[in-house]
Structures are given as C-alpha cells and as structure tokens.
Design a protein around this ligand. Structure first.
Ligand SMILES: [Mn+2]
Length: 326
C-alpha cells in the first residue's frame, strides 16, 4: 500500500492540494482488491459513459472528482467543523482507501458493466464499504447485481429523474433504467426518489410504473417545503440503506457538468441535509455518486461539489458509527 505522506524527499512535507500523486482526498491507494482488509471505506471509480442517452463524458468523472477532492485532503487529525463543533474524518474514526477503477472495454458496455460488478463484489468480500464514483447512472445496475447476495436494504435515490425506463429499443441497462432494474431485485426492500422535477422527469407510462411499484417520491418542490427529516421519515430507524446520488439532482447553477440537466434543483445544503440525516438514522451499506461530466464542467465546480458531498457523507457515516456501541 502506498502512503503519500511517507517520503524520502523531506522530513515533513506540506503537501498542498496541487502537489503529489492524485488519489481520493490524498488518501492511500490500493488497487489490489484482495488487500483492502483494513479499510473502512474503499473509493472505486467506474468510468463508463456509453449508456448515456444525451451528453456523455462521465468516463472522466472519477479522475476529476479525485483531483477536486485533493483540495479537501486532510491529515490524520481529521477536519474540524465549527458549526457542530465536531472533528470528522480522523484516522481513528475512518480509514479511507482509494481502490482505483474497474476496467472498461471500449465498444462493449455490457462487459464493462460486468467488470464493474466484479469490482464492487470484491470490495464487499473485503468487508469494506464501497463508495463508488461514476460513470453514468447505468453503473448502479452493475452495483446492485454485486449486492444481490447481501441482506435486504432500502435505496435512497437522489436524482432529477425517476430513472425508471423499462427498456428502449432493446436496451434495458441504459442510464435511465437503474431504479427499474433495482426494483426487480429481491435484496431491494424499497426505493425513495428525492429531487425529481420538471417535464421529462418521467414519461406518463414510466410515472405510472413508479407509482405502481410504490416508489416513495419526494419531489424537489416537496423537499423544499418539508426538509430532509420529513423526506426520510417513512424509513425505520436503523434500516440498511444504499444511497445513489445523481449529480443532476442539484441545480445546474452549482452542477452544470452533467449529461441531462434540469432546472430548479437541490442546493448544496439540501444535499448535505439529506446525507447527514441518512448517516444519523440508518446503517449505510454503500453509495454511488454518478453523472459528473468534466467536459461540460469548465470551472470544475461540479467535481468540487461531488468531492465535497462525498467527504461530508463519509465523515458523517463514520462519525455516527463511532458513537454507537460495537
Ligand atoms: Mn440518474
């Protein structure tokens, strides 16, 4: 395992965000998935974007989010948040490892998704929490297949769209289908979709299917009125939850770098509020953050948002775990 902080170059390095090898938040890298045993959480990139229906470029997402996360890199003491007078992400509370990327075969999305499924399965076998960076939203289909043998869980799906397309022209594994495929799996107890809005979030037919499937819907408007606590109140305390975050859930003013933008989206505070509430009340079994497209993100703000939300979420999950008796 490589540790960026050990070096023969100088006794004490300053390691500013623009210096050194890029890993997620400057944390150790380990792409041998059989040697992840001591990691609490493994960051895995799945750089597939050939299941996107409109603008692509999400294959560059994992690398851009890693690069942006270097700005939020931290030392073993963790990061202090004065607002709740709490230190998050200390070495004592969480050991993060950057597990690299699953392999992609150009011209063959299905085999690339198969590689992704195997990579996620390897992280689960290593008893580490998978935190996955996409890639377009089809990668969640591969991830859910990897979770098929896990104990049942609920999905909290944060997205501008319902992603409930059954199939289109024979394609049942596109980036508009992950929640439809997830709803068919025995390990998925229920789905809560937070943030859908506007014309085109789903066709009438797909919306009827969403309702027939009892998906719990919290539209962007409803979230604004009710807040994060009410949005998640229907899920019992302590339930196992997988979180799938599509960056297009957020407003295009803070997340322009994505494929299928939709105006009137979530703020950063909305997202942070949902993720903190999830960490506080549930047992998080995994997460993905998808659809960041760096070619459409010239200032890098979308990747910075993705990195910020990821570290907020990982920090909150392990701070809550540290509070609970083992
Ligand atoms: Mn989506």
């Amino acid at each position: 395992m490589i540790t960026r902080k050990d070096s023969r170059n100088a006794h004490e390095r300053m390691n500013l965000p623009f210096v050194g090898l890029v890993t997620f938040a400057g944390q150790p890298a380990c792409d041998n998935w059989k040697q992840l045993d001591s990691a609490d959480v493994a960051i895995l990139g799945i750089p597939i974007d050939t299941a996107a229906s409109y603008r692509a470029g999400m294959r560059f997402g994992p690398r851009a989010i890693r690069e942006a996360s270097m700005f939020h890199g931290f030392s073993s003491e963790g990061v202090f948040d004065f607002e709740d007078e709490t230190t998050y992400l200390s070495a004592e509370e969480v050991k993060i490892v950057d597990a690299g990327d699953s392999d992609v075969i150009y011209g063959d999305t299905q085999r690339s998704l198969g590689n992704a499924e195997q990579a996620v399965r390897a992280l689960l076998d290593a008893k580490t929490l998978p935190y996955i960076l996409g890639g377009d939203h089809s990668i969640t289909i591969a991830t859910m297949k990897a979770y098929a043998r896990e104990k049942p869980f609920h999905i909290v799906h944060i997205d501008a769209h319902f992603d409930f397309i059954d199939e289109s022209h024979g394609i049942s594994w596109g980036h508009g289908s992950p929640m439809r495929r997830a709803s068919e799996m025995a390990c998925v107890k229920g789905i809560t979709t937070i943030g859908p809005r506007n014309m085109g979030a789903a066709s009438r037919k797909n919306y009827d299917a969403v309702k027939a499937c009892c998906i719990h819907i919290v539209s962007a408007t409803k979230l604004r009125v009710q807040g994060a606590i009410a949005a998640l109140a229907h899920i019992p305390d302590g339930d196992r939850v997988y979180v799938s975050i599509d960056i297009d859930a957020f407003d295009p003013s803070i997340a322009p770098g994505t494929g299928t933008i939709s105006h009137g989206g979530l703020t950063y505070q909305d997202g942070k509020g949902i993720l903190k509430e999830v960490a506080r009340r549930f047992e998080v079994v995994g997460a993905d953050l998808v659809e960041v497209s760096p070619p459409y993100d010239p200032s890098g703000i979308t990747s910075l948002l993705a990195a910020r939300l990821s570290l907020d979420f990982i920090g909150a999950i392990f701070h809550e775990r540290a509070k609970k008796p083992t």
